[in-house]
Write a protein that binds this ligand. Sequence first.
Ligand SMILES: [Zn+2]
Length: 312
Amino acid sequence: MVEIINKNVAGGIAGRRSGNPKGAVIHNDYGAMTPKDYVSWLAKRKANGQLNLGFAQYYINRDQIARIEDTFNKAWHTATNEGNGWFLGYEVTQSFGDVVTDAEFIENENMTFMQVAEDFHFYGLKPNTTTIRLHKQFSSTSCPHRSWELHGWSNSSVQNYFVKKVKEYMNLGKTVDQMIKATNKKVVIIAGSGHIETEGWKTMNNLTVGMTGKSRRLEAFNLIVKVDGKPVNVKGSLHIEDLGDVTNNTNLFGTMGISKRIESVKLNIDAAIEYRVHQQSSGWSKWTKNNQWCGIKGKRKRIEAIQFRVVQ
Ligand SMILES: [Zn+2]
């Protein structure tokens, strides 16, 4: 479920539009804050007379939608009168660095597309490359920097992706709630880290614990998994050098300080999750369903990395 926060922080400071909006500008915030964080941060800016530094109507991630200005009012989000006056601004938040994984950021985008879809229904707008625009089409900026990297590095490919997604969501319902229900998808978040031979603990990257191409064994890993906002207690078994099959009911697996390789893994996380292992001399295995063994036992081959994906 998404938390809707309607707080009119800006209070019409940029003036009222003299008609309906022409479309949407979908931004990346180049920041780390959640929508809730933005509400209080922008309230402080308002109090200090600093909203002229910029604000959009919406701040959105996968869990929260904050509307800080009414959609009939203007916002200062494109550095042009046309964009500020006639286009609604949507900030996809947490785009900066590794604050969230790509998979999480894509969920942040998806929630944003749903809000755009709801507003397009409301204002009778049709999604196309005239109505759905990028900040950099109005003024010189790298925004939307992360969507740019994820969806093709050009105005047309990023816009076409945005348009396609907004269309999809508009077909699912008139409101964000209806769209969420219609997708019937679980929101799956996976994080964690791996303990690697000679390297020590390394944070999960690209949904992968461990590392490839360095001939280092993955000795232990921990997983932090949330499905629809609820923490999942990951259970499973590892086949470990000299120890055989070892079962575990906590989110931490493997051994440390005794130089033992993991040869096979079986993890019971959630039906929406699959995994594969990168193993000595054989490389990446096939994707394996939840709660199935993955990796070759008994051949003295170390697992170097485990990668996860969400399938639904
Ligand atoms: Zn922007």
